[in-house]
Design a protein around this ligand. Structure first.
Ligand code: SAH
Length: 252
């Protein structure tokens, strides 16, 4: 038996990997993060799967379920929203499993920053503008390391995707405007890929007011980047004069 840490993706069950779907259909136990994982994904489990919502559970209570699955030699899926490697709090669970001598494996998922980019129909990288994507958050109950404060990260003016931060939109926008400029495009995607997905677009100057009007306080991705602008250089990859290993140029 194994415990599988499975990426549930951002919400739309069609964004599950084939492996995730197979494991959901076949596992006897599933512990899911009810506050974030879409109910549409949880219903991929078989009718006989025993479901546990981790929102109301302590680590010790989760351990009891791990032990039960181990004693019955049945697979258990630990379902995490998006990709489990990003703000997944999987380390402490893995420590428990190591102690209990239970084998585990991670199955990656589509992260919400990718679903947000898809919803916005944008590239997060743009030639000559931004070739780096920073995935970060503002401090909450988890403080930010000094070297990773927003003011430090903002200095490179890379594309910024902020998790767990939309409730601080005002503070974030004001802070970032000092580095990116007030006219820098910003977008918020609430519930990316869910049926009630909502997109708010603006600039660092007006995005906070727009988000307040839309009353978005959680489960949203903040994207800040010049790459969101349509008015920037495009890649020369498909230009007929651009040769590379897989194509001879049509021109000189
Ligand atoms: N592991 C997850 C992130 C978990 S942290 C992932 O890879 O996506 C939780 C934060 O993720 C939320 O506060 C929100 O910022 C973001 N998030 C999760 N699902 C989202 C969705 N469907 N749309 C937009 N943001 C989402």
């Amino acid at each position: 038996m194994k415990v599988y840490f499975v990426g549930a993706g951002p919400g739309d069950p069609e964004l599950l990997t084939l492996k995730a779907q197979r494991l959901l259909k076949s596992c006897k136990y599933c512990i899911y993060a009810g506050s974030l994982v879409s109910p549409d994904v949880v219903t991929e489990c078989a009718e006989t799967t025993k479901l546990y919502d981790s929102a109301g559970m302590t680590l010790e209570e989760m351990e009891e379920v791990f032990i039960q699955a181990r004693d019955e030699q049945e697979d258990l899926v630990r379902l995490h929203t998006g990709d489990p490697s990003i703000y997944g709090a999987i380390r402490e669970q893995m420590n428990s499993l190591d102690r209990l001598g239970i084998d585990y494996e991670v199955v990656p998922g589509v992260s919400s920053f990718q679903a947000a980019a898809a919803a916005l129909s944008t590239e997060l990288t743009a030639p000559e503008v931004s070739q780096t994507i920073i995935l970060s958050r503002t401090s909450g109950r988890t403080p930010m390391p000094e070297k990773e404060k927003l003011e430090v990260l903002a200095q490179s003016r890379s594309t910024l995707c902020l998790f767990l931060s939309v409730h601080k939109m005002d503070e974030v926008a004001k802070n970032l405007a000092r580095f990116y400029g007030e006219e820098c495009p910003a977008a918020i995607v609430f519930h990316a890929s869910w049926p009630d997905q909502q997109i708010v677009r603006g600039t660092l100057k007006d995005i906070a007011a727009k988000v307040a009007t839309a009353a978005i306080r959680k489960t949203a991705m903040i994207v800040v980047s010049q790459a969101l602008s349509r008015d920037i250089p495009v890649s020369k990859l498909y230009h007929r004069h651009f040769t590379h290993g897989y194509r001879q140029g049509e021109g000189q």
